[in-house]
Design a protein around this ligand. Sequence first.
Ligand code: NAP
Length: 256
Amino acid sequence: MSGESFQRLLAGKKALITGATSGIGKAITHVFLQHGASVVGVGTNQEKGAKLTDEIYSMGHKEAFFFEQCDVSSKAEVDQLFAHYFEKFQTLDILVNNAGITRDGLLMRMSEEDWDKVIDINLKSCFLTCQHACRPMMKAKGGRIINISSIVGLAGNPGQTNYAASKAGIIGFSKSLSRELSSRNILVNCIAPGFIETGMTEALGQEKIEIATRQIPLGHMGSPLDVAHAALFLASEMSAYITGQVLVVDGGLFTG
Ligand code: NAP
């Protein structure tokens, strides 16, 4: 592989990334663009989407990025999202399901609404988007689906039964889908981040962050870029023989 092609691992690829307006999804968007992909980035917040678009255009990626406003838990909105996506790009090479929320609380006090919201945005969204992505990827005889889970889906965490269920669900969903699609060369993998510095973890408060950080063997929280580089690997030809797997990006925290 020449130096130049190594620098642009996704040249000519078309990607759809949910939760692109902040944190991990934003980092994945930037890294994919730097590596030559064209991206439709998704979020619910139009203002954040417009800001991201300006940021990306000012970096010279004008033709390569579009923001789409969509609540990924809504079938109607996801249907519309994919209709808009295919108005812009003919193919879909990479789908990254990254949009996610937390609504923490002990099970005894958890409302049905907080349960449903987390399951719908984190897990049902994967069902909705993958249904749209499968057919064009099967037709193209190739594609990558990367679903962002969490080490909480592997280990569990008190106060996060809803979140853990959604993230464990993503793993089972992805492993099953990888088996449905492998004969068409569509690879489906998960990334399970640990503690990553984003708005989601900032909301935990300084004390909880310090306690969590003390448990991390590498001694510090991860950056969104750490996760984006794992996504780049799973989206690129470098991972051509990997499917149905969970790539843990957590500084050594989860030991199985
Ligand atoms: P974040 O900064 O809060 O970003 C979440 C993203 O999801 C935002 O872009 C948000 O966009 C989008 N989003 C939320 N609800 C949505 C909806 N209904 N429809 C479409 N988009 C929606 O969080 P993050 O830390 O980057 O998290 C990204 C993913 O990584 C999540 O799935 C999270 O569970 C997972 N993760 C994070 C960590 C961590 O330590 N940070 C660890 C493990 C796993 P809008 O604001 O525009 O709606």
